[in-house]
Design a protein around this ligand. Structure first.
Ligand code: M6R
Length: 623
């Protein structure tokens, strides 16, 4: 069978990473679904749609664009009698984000409606096979193939449950899907393979969704569905089956303790701002229960019987990759463990070499990033243990890693990752302390200074954040006309320079490059002129004299400079942004929010959509 790859030139294939939700209960279902979709919009927002059975008809209402477009459309419809419905919010990279490609999709007879997050890789031969059987298609999507395939199987004198099982057996690729049927208007069927799907159990109402916030207003009782599981539910009951054998499965119910408020803006104008300001609490949460008061050493019981690795390979993407680059400095200097840091999308296709004593450390906020998961699976396939550093409990990284450390940042909604990176850095630092103590490579005095400093950090940051925001606002006005920025740093500030540049790019759409300051003279300095400012990370560490001489070179080319520095910085640059100095690597926890706030205020000043920047989605579940 020919398997069509994602970038096959001959297909206009839809590639989605989307949010899905299904509700069966006692309330008008469409408002519940729309509310749930709002909480899933971070997964994609190119188009949205709902499906429900009402007045003996299967209705599908869809709209191109953000969810408000769907709401406008629903406002003009009679859509409030059904008590069971499905919803979908879509993110597409291929195939136009137009209404005919929006989900839900119906089968040819208009009896089934289906929503889907994932990619049916063999959709083309399946589509041809279905066409030969007389089925017609009205969209360019692989999802329509899936619903038609279920319909085809259902036409062969089976139950719908069996038909779904048989259809999914023919599918190659990934899916989280949910389906409703005109003939059983109160029932939903849903299944997953390599895309997230959860079951939420309420009183007289049940849900399926891609993520917990979608139904957290109604229930805290959750089942994490595994790959190849199929669920059938109505308002009063639910049953999970093995998708191939249709044998019923027993599932563990989890109780979710965080509240919906923590997934909402809490009075801030944007989620990003709220999440930046949550960092003091995030640091405190990451430390809770991690320090032994008697021995004052780090507690990581997740690792207790894991041999100390001889080499670590960190695999991650985006901001999580930058966190890994920063962690490399501490793991090498404190724990004396050689560390390689790899961009997951490169690692997975590079035939990396492993030794049996290696450890792969997969860092991911969402725990669903496709490339990071692929990197992890590659390592596992070679018998290398995988440690996941992950924020989302029950996510694929958390479930598939041999060990997992949860980063305790709480739900991060803004597409731009902020507090999650902060939490990753705390845990990387704790890892370096933990192995440094075990290997006795870290002087006790350094260890206790770090631990003392960490405990004081939330208070210092809490006090400093409002001042930082004021400075960021002032600088944003001053520099808003710039079309390009350099971010320069050395040593452990280099990964932060990369992160500062990424933040500015993704939310303000200003071109920015993070560079190691010492590399400037090897080419990039040619770009410097009065229109191309530099954001310099110049903390008072051993490398400051070197950074200063790099900045003098920038000044000699008439480049404007913002220097993020500690009191006592004495180079006369255009703007000195002075932040309090703390102990050694802990300074990172004050540099990072300054970079985040600068990017945030630039984006706000320029009127950009801060929480949902164009062309992006929160978790990148396709490669
Ligand atoms: O969920 P993950 O940490 O695996 O996500 C990795 C990247 O997609 C993510 O950090 C992305 O770069 C953010 N938009 C950065 O703000």
């Amino acid at each position: 069978m020919v398997v069509l790859t994602l970038n096959h030139p001959e297909i206009n294939k839809e590639i989605t990473m989307c949010g899905i939700i299904g509700y069966a209960g006692h309330r008008p279902a469409v408002p519940v679904i729309v509310e749930g979709l709002k909480r899933l919009e971070y997964r994609g927002y190119d188009s949205a749609g709902v499906a429900f059975v009402q007045h003996q008809g299967l209705e599908v209402i869809r709209a191109q664009g953000k969810l408000c477009e769907l709401e406008n459309k629903l406002g003009g419809c009679d859509a409030f009698h059904a008590t069971t419905a499905l919803g979908h919010t879509r993110w597409a990279t291929h195939g136009l984000p137009v209404e005919r490609n929006a989900h839900p999709h119906k089968d040819g007879q208009g009896r089934l409606a289906l929503v889907h997050n994932g990619i049916i890789e063999n959709y083309h031969p399946l589509r041809e096979m279905l066409k030969n059987k007389g089925r017609e298609f009205v969209s360019d999507t692989d999802t329509e193939v899936l619903v038609q395939l279920v319909s085809e199987e259902w036409s062969k004198d089976t139950t719908l449950l069996q038909a779904i099982s048989r259809a999914l057996a023919q599918v190659e690729g990934t899916y989280a899907m949910a389906l409703i049927n005109l003939d059983e208007p109160g029932r939903i069927w849903a299944a997953r393979k390599s895309s997230p799907l959860l079951l939420g159990m309420g009183t007289g109402e049940n849900f399926v969704a891609s993520d917990i916030p979608a139904f957290l207003a109604y229930t805290r009782e959750v089942i994490f569905l595994e790959d190849n599981e199929l669920v059938e539910l109505d308002a009063l009951s639910w049953k999970v089956f093995d998708v191939a054998t249709l044998k019923p499965l027993n599932k563990e119910v989890h109780h979710i303790s965080w509240d919906l408020q923590s997934a909402q803006k809490g009075g801030y104008r944007h989620f990003m701002l709220k999440e930046i300001f949550e960092q003091p609490q995030v640091i405190a949460n990451c430390l809770a229960g991690r320090m032994d008061p008697k021995s004052s050493c780090v507690l990581l019981p997740e690792l207790d019987d894991l041999p100390i690795p001889e080499q670590i390979q960190i695999v991650a993407c985006g901001t999580s990759y930058h966190a890994g680059l920063w962690g490399q400095h501490l793991l090498e200097s404190w724990a004396k463990i050689p560390v390689r840091v790899e961009i997951a999308s490169e690692f997975r296709y590079r035939n990396p070499l492993f030794r049996p004593t290696d450890l792969v450390l997969a860092i991911s906020q969402s725990g669903e990033t496709a490339d990071t998961l692929a990197g992890m699976r590659l390592a596992k396939g070679e018998g290398v243990p995988v440690l996941g550093l992950c924020n989302v409990v029950g996510s694929s990284v958390a479930r598939e890693a041999d060990r997992v450390i949860h980063t305790q940042a709480g739900p991060e909604i803004s597409v731009a990752s902020t507090k999650a990176m902060c939490s990753q850095l705390v845990l990387l630092l704790l890892l370096a302390l933990y192995w440094g103590r075990q290997k006795q490579t870290l002087p006790r005095e350094t260890e206790s200074q770090i631990l003392r400093g960490l405990l004081g950090l939330p208070g210092i940051l809490e006090a400093e954040l409002p001042r930082m925001r004021g400075k960021a606002q002032e600088l944003a006005q001053e520099y808003s006309a710039a079309r390009s920025f350099f971010y320069l740093g050395r040593g452990s500030s280099f990964p932060l320079a990369l992160e500062g540049a990424l933040k500015l790019k993704e939310i303000s759409y200003i071109h920015a490059e993070g560079y190691a300051s010492g590399e400037m003279k090897h080419g990039p300095i040619a770009l410097i002129d009065p229109e191309f400012p530099t954001f310099a990370l110049a903390p008072s560490d051993d490398l400051l004299p070197k950074v200063i001489s790099n900045l003098v070179e920038v000044q000699a080319r008439n480049g404007r400079i913002i220097a993020l520095a500690h009191p006592g910085f004495d180079l006369a640059v255009d703007h000195v942004w002075s932040i309090p100095e703390v102990y050694g690597p802990l300074n990172t926890f004050l540099i990072l929010p300054a970079l985040q706030l600068f990017a945030y205020e630039m984006a706000v000043y320029l009127g950009k959509d801060v929480d949902q920047p164009r062309n992006l989605a929160k978790s990148v579940t396709v490669e």
